[in-house]
Design a protein around this ligand. Sequence first.
Ligand SMILES: N[C@@H](CCC(=O)N[C@@H](CSCc1ccc([N+](=O)[O-])cc1)C(=O)NCC(=O)O)C(=O)O
Length: 216
Amino acid sequence: MTITITAFERSPDGGKGLARDTRVRWALEEVGQPYQVRLVSFAAMKAPAHLALHPFGQIPTYEEGDLALFETGAIVLHIGERHAGLLPTDANARARAITWMFAAVNTVEPPILELVTARILEADKPWSNERMPLVEERVRGRLAQLSARLGDADWLDGAFSAGDLMMVSVLLRLRPSGILDAFPNLAAYVARGEARPAYQRAFAAQLAVNVGHRRE
Ligand SMILES: N[C@@H](CCC(=O)N[C@@H](CSCc1ccc([N+](=O)[O-])cc1)C(=O)NCC(=O)O)C(=O)O
């Protein structure tokens, strides 16, 4: 059955791959599944048809037959459960890979989103300069813990898994801040993720959507 995901008609990042459809594209490329993309405008995302798919009016969504999903972690898990290539077959290793998926979105991503919010949405607030060091320190603390756990391994738990796909995707959001450079093994980990052919195809596909706009 045809898989259809939704993505920004015009991503605020101009195609740097930071919008979360890139995670789903990457997962589908890793398992070799073709997919369609329905591009949605900001207005369309808040209209009833999309809200029926995504109660929070966001992208991405995932549709396959009469299944409709939202939340990138859940979509990537679904893809990993249906197709080989993202989750280990060994039950314990699979459970650990899913642990890392949750760790990415529930433990590592929140302080990073705080930083993105502070830098983009709160920079003009009178308390921004006072708050920023606290936010940055919370990110550095988490990265230090992750860096210590990763050490000099290629991936978080043996072979590449959906846990790494989610963790690399979360860490990529930090790139504009430069904080990742203070943790060379994490920067190399992210670069390994980006070097994967499946990521390259996912990145190129989302860029093509946005480069088209730049030409107009
Ligand atoms: N927890 C949800 C979060 C989904 C989400 O944040 N979607 C964002 C796009 S990806 C987040 C994002 C947006 C922009 C950039 N950027 O760099 O420009 C990066 C990431 C969205 O639809 N935002 C519009 C809205 O909420 O109205 C998930 O993981 O799927």
